[in-house]
Design a protein around this ligand. Structure first.
Ligand code: ATP
Length: 248
């Protein structure tokens, strides 16, 4: 049976509790894996430390990421269960704004979850969703079993992949395949954060509306290359760590 919790809007952790409810609801609807709930807990801890706000560093990374997606020939946006539960609408909007393909990409792959995520994306306006069923038949070299399956028309041939909330092994393997990687990860120390070319250290719930806006406003820009090339990921990660340590 579904439990409905009313979160008082003046509760000091209202935003964070609402996000939890979205995930728990996504878990009940078969979008989120149990492990996804645990991964979110790790994210929350870092969010607390970073002050639960989109820092200037994150804003800079978002702009560089929007520029890179717009510069790419075959950009792909990868969606897992947590992402589908937290921000399906914005993922579809970003794909449209940057002419990127959308692919369902799961660590814990089951046919049912794949389909549930695909349907959730379609409900939010996605026309074509890659990575479903037998179509996810290409292999990321070096990885084992289900974790390495990707769509031969999607991530496998992409030049740039946006893989928010991803695990380190797969991010590193995709980077070694020569792809440019953009991620959202609240933990600036994770392997994913370090392996990506652009790491947005922010809660994906705050990132996505800003990301869509940036992509739409940069569409006609002549400075995309400059914005992307002016971004230094390891410096940006260091600055995010400093904020965590020093609070500013
Ligand atoms: P890695 O393998 O990259 O070293 P990990 O083992 O912690 O890291 P996972 O648990 O697979 O990686 O991925 C979850 C990552 O996503 C964590 O680093 C966590 O901080 C981050 N994360 C979880 N929820 C969110 C969220 N809502 N917004 C942004 N980041 C999040």
């Amino acid at each position: 049976m579904h439990r409905h919790i009313t979160i008082p809007p003046d509760h000091p952790r209202a935003g964070s509790l609402q996000t939890r409810e979205l995930l728990v609801d996504g878990f009940r609807r078969g979008l989120v894996a149990a492990e996804g709930l645990i991964a979110h807990g790790r994210g929350e801890a870092y969010d607390y430390l970073i002050g639960e706000k989109t820092t200037q560093q994150a804003q800079r990374a978002i702009k560089a990421a929007a520029a890179l997606l717009l510069l790419s020939r075959r950009p792909v946006i990868s969606v897992n269960g947590n992402v589908a539960a937290l921000c399906p609408k914005e993922m579809v909007e970003l794909a449209k704004a940057t002419r990127a393909a959308i692919e369902v990409n799961l660590f814990y792959r089951t046919g049912q979850r794949e389909l549930a995520i695909k349907e959730e994306l379609q409900r939010h306006g996605a026309k074509h969703v890659l990575g479903i069923g037998m179509k996810a038949s290409a292999r990321i070299p070096e990885l084992q079993s289900e974790r390495r399956r990707v769509d031969p028309e999607g991530i496998f041939v992409a030049d740039t992949v946006f893989v928010p909330l991803e695990d380190g092994d797969r991010t590193e393997a995709l980077a070694r395949m020569g792809k440019k990687i953009i991620t959202v990860d609240l933990n600036p120390l994770s392997r994913t954060a370090k392996a990506a070319h652009i790491t947005i250290v922010d809660n994906i719930v705050r990132t996505m509306p800003y990301f869509v806006k940036s992509a739409l406003s940069l569409r006609e820009s002549k400075s995309l290359k400059k914005i992307y090339q002016g971004f230094d990921n390891s410096r940006n990660l260091h600055e995010s760590l400093r904020i965590i340590k020093e609070g500013v």
